[in-house]
Design a protein around this ligand. Structure first.
Ligand code: 4NP
Length: 158
């Protein structure tokens, strides 16, 4: 049995690739890499095929994550049956997913920070138009969300 998690933001070049890399490492460290499929996608189409934003890559590298191989893609209808969880970075992107979800889609839609109840924020702020501190905050929030999500998945995976 395996479980699939898709992280979703607007551009798929800042927040969701960071979430993907963070959670991939947390899952590998837990010895569950073969049981959890992880990907990321964007609701917007501006950056398709692009590597993550250089600032997101730099902030991630400082904490030991390598985002360089990731390429932006857009969320599509098949994602709602291919993944068990579609986790949005903010309410705007969650609303897009809720509108897109096909009838009978099995994916659970939620905010990524629903898995970090102790975090000060409920949404991961868009760092694109801000400074480097925004990218560091994204990492901190997503490390907390990934830890909470990992606990939930441990309970689901026999
Ligand atoms: P992301 O950040 O959704 O975290 O990847 C953004 C990237 C690009 C844009 C906005 C947010 N943009 O407007 O191009």
């Amino acid at each position: 049995m395996s479980v699939g998690v898709l992280f979703v933001c607007l551009g798929n070049i800042c927040r969701s690739p960071t979430a993907e890399a963070v959670f991939r490492r947390q899952v590998a460290d837990a010895g569950l890499a073969a049981r959890v499929r992880i990907d990321s996608a964007g609701t917007g189409a501006w950056h398709l095929g692009k590597a993550p934003d250089a600032r997101a890559q730099a902030a991630a590298r400082q904490r030991g994550y390598d985002l360089s191989a990731l390429r932006a893609r857009r969320v599509h209808a098949g994602d709602f049956s291919d993944f068990d969880y579609l986790l949005a970075m903010d309410r705007e992107n969650l609303a897009v997913l809720q509108r897109m979800q096909p009838a009978g889609g099995r994916a659970r839609l939620a905010l990524a920070l629903d898995f970090a109840p102790a975090a000060a924020l409920r949404e991961v702020p868009d760092p694109y138009y801000g400074g480097p501190e925004g990218f560091a905050q994204v990492l901190e929030l997503l490390e907390a969300a990934g830890a909470g999500l990992l606990e939930e998945l441990r309970g689901r995976l026999p």
